[in-house]
Design a protein around this ligand. Structure first.
Ligand code: KMH
Ligand code: ZN
Length: 276
C-alpha cells in the first residue's frame, strides 16, 4: 500500500456566521486573526482558511480588510498558507466575494454548487462559479473545490472538462451543513468514490460532525479542516477555547494513528501550490 502523505490540517478560524455570542474566541480584528493563526500553526495547522469581519463582527469580503489580516498573519505565522474565502456570506455578489483574489493569495476556495444553508440559500450558479474561477486563474491563485453535496463534485468535473478549473483537483467535502449532505462516514465514502484517482481531498465536518469526520479522514488517508467557522465545541456542550484547541485535537488523533503532520512547505507540494 502506498504510504500516505503527511496530514494537512486547515484551520477555519473565523468564517462568516459564527459570532462572539456563539463562541467568544472567534477572531474579528486583524490582530485577533493573527494571534489565532499563530496558535493554530503552533498546534500543527499548515493552512488558514480566511474570512474577515468588520469591527462589529459582521462579515465582509472587503479587499483592504483582507489585506490587513493577511499582513498581520504573515507577521505572526510567516510560513503558513493563507487560503482566502470566495464564498463570503450568503447573499453577497460575485464582485464582493472575489475582492481578496486581487491580492494574489496563494490559495482560495471555490464552491461548485447551490444549496440550502440553514434557512438561507448559498447561491453558486454556473455563471457565478465560472466568474470566480476565472478571476482566481487570472490572479494565479490555486483553488480548493468546496463540495457540500455530491452534485457539487459532478459540477466541478464538468467545469474541469470545460477548462474552467485546472488540474490537479483538490476537494474539500463540507459535510453536515443543515440543508446539504449530512456528515456520516457513508457520505464521506461516497464522495471519495466519485472523485478522480489523482485528486487530493479533505473533509470539513460541520457542527457535531467535525471531530468524528476528522478521525474518519485520517483513517482513510485524507486531510482535515477544523475550526470555529464550522463548529464551536470541543466536546458536547463545552466551547472550544479557540480553533487552536480543535487543531490540537486533530494533532492528537494523528499522533495516535502514527500519521505525521505536513509542514506548510509539504502542504504546498501536496496541494501543488506555488509559494507566494
Ligand atoms: N460562509 C458560507 C456561506 C467559503 O469560505 O468559500 C460559505 C463559505 C465557503 O464559508
Ligand atoms: Zn469559509
Amino acid at each position: 500500500m502506498r504510504q500516505r502523505d503527511p496530514l494537512i490540517i486547515t484551520a477555519a478560524i473565523c468564517g462568516a456566521e459564527t459570532m462572539k455570542d456563539h463562541n467568544p474566541a472567534v477572531p474579528y480584528t486583524a490582530r485577533e486573526l493573527a494571534r489565532e493563526a499563530e496558535l493554530c500553526r503552533a498546534e500543527g495547522a499548515s493552512v488558514i482558511h480566511l474570512h474577515v469581519r468588520r469591527p462589529d463582527g459582521s462579515p465582509t469580503q472587503d479587499r483592504r480588510t483582507f489585506g490587513e489580516a493577511i499582513d498581520a498573519i504573515r507577521q505572526a505565522a510567516p510560513d503558513i498558507i493563507i487560503q482566502t474565502s470566495t464564498g463570503g456570506a450568503v447573499g453577497m455578489t460575485v464582485q464582493e466575494r472575489t475582492q481578496p483574489l486581487d491580492l494574489k493569495p496563494e490559495f482560495c476556495t471555490l464552491t461548485t454548487g447551490t444549496c440550502n444553508f440553514g434557512d438561507e440559500v448559498f447561491e453558486n450558479t454556473f455563471p457565478m462559479i465560472r466568474e470566480i474561477a476565472a478571476r482566481a486563474v487570472a490572479n494565479g491563485v490555486r483553488m480548493e473545490i468546496e463540495a457540500f453535496d455530491a452534485g457539487f463534485v459532478d459540477n466541478a468535473l464538468r467545469l474541469h472538462r470545460e477548462g474552467v478549473i485546472p488540474a490537479p483537483l483538490h476537494f474539500d467535502f463540507v459535510l453536515g451543513v443543515p440543508g446539504a449532505m449530512t456528515g456520516t462516514e457513508d457520505r464521506l465514502d461516497f464522495m471519495r468514490s466519485i472523485i478522480p484517482a489523482d485528486s487530493t481531498w479533505m473533509v470539513a465536518g460541520v457542527g457535531r460532525f467535525e471531530l468524528p469526520l476528522a478521525s474518519a479522514a485520517i483513517a482513510r488517508g485524507g486531510h482535515v479542516r477544523v475550526g470555529l467557522e464550522d463548529n464551536s465545541y470541543i466536546s458536547r456542550g463545552v466551547l472550544a477555547k479557540g480553533s487552536w484547541e480543535l487543531v490540537r485535537e486533530v494533532r492528537k488523533m494523528a499522533e495516535q494513528a502514527g500519521v505525521t503532520l505536513a509542514t506548510p512547505a509539504e502542504a504546498r507540494r501536496i496541494l501543488s501550490i506555488n509559494p507566494a
